[in-house]
Ligand binder design. Sequence first.
Ligand code: SIN
Ligand code: FE2
Length: 222
Amino acid sequence: MLDLFADTPPWQEPLAPGAVILRRRALADAPGLIAGVGQVVADSPLRQMVTPGGYTMSVAMSNCGELGWTTDARGYLYSPRDPQTGRRWPAMPDAFLALARACAREAGYDGFAPDACLINRYAVGAKLSLHQDRDEKDLGAPIVSVSLGLPAVFQFGGLQRSDPLRRLLLEHGDVVVWGGPSRLFYHGIQPLKAGDHPLTGACRINLTFRQTGSSNKNKNYS
Ligand code: SIN
Ligand code: FE2
């Protein structure tokens, strides 16, 4: 177990029941993760998706893993194929999977088996409005979220949209894990402030690992 209030990285900060921030936990892995993102987006480029309401998201997204999260005019969906390329999403790099599993375990969620990793790229001003991650069938598994590059303000509320929000600065290498009682808590990212990070330049990259409960190796995906 990591010392809860140690002052050398990484250290844990309790966030809510079932939720914890593993501060700087991904620091050592960051260069490899960023290289992995580069490989994934060479196959499945980052793109600004359009929500069912016709809103073009300010965050640019891609995915790796068996399934990828997408949105279009028809709704939200985990799909085995990238609708833009028609091909399967790139495989999840081993280093992504190993880090996500280790972080989940350290947060108290042993046996995490993510089948989807959403890649979010925030340029200056990009934001993610308050939402719940509720498109996964398996709500017993946590969400593991890795922050890279420029810092951003993360909002974390409760089960109701109107619940009071905590605002936390997420910095390069920070990992947030939420599950159990806080699995459906509302969260979002405030507009990114301008900056320059040695590894990511003018942007923030976030990886969220999800165990969707939708994978079925025997199913014939079209
Ligand atoms: C998300 O809510 O899916 C991403 C959050 C983040 O970018 O930190
Ligand atoms: Fe989310």
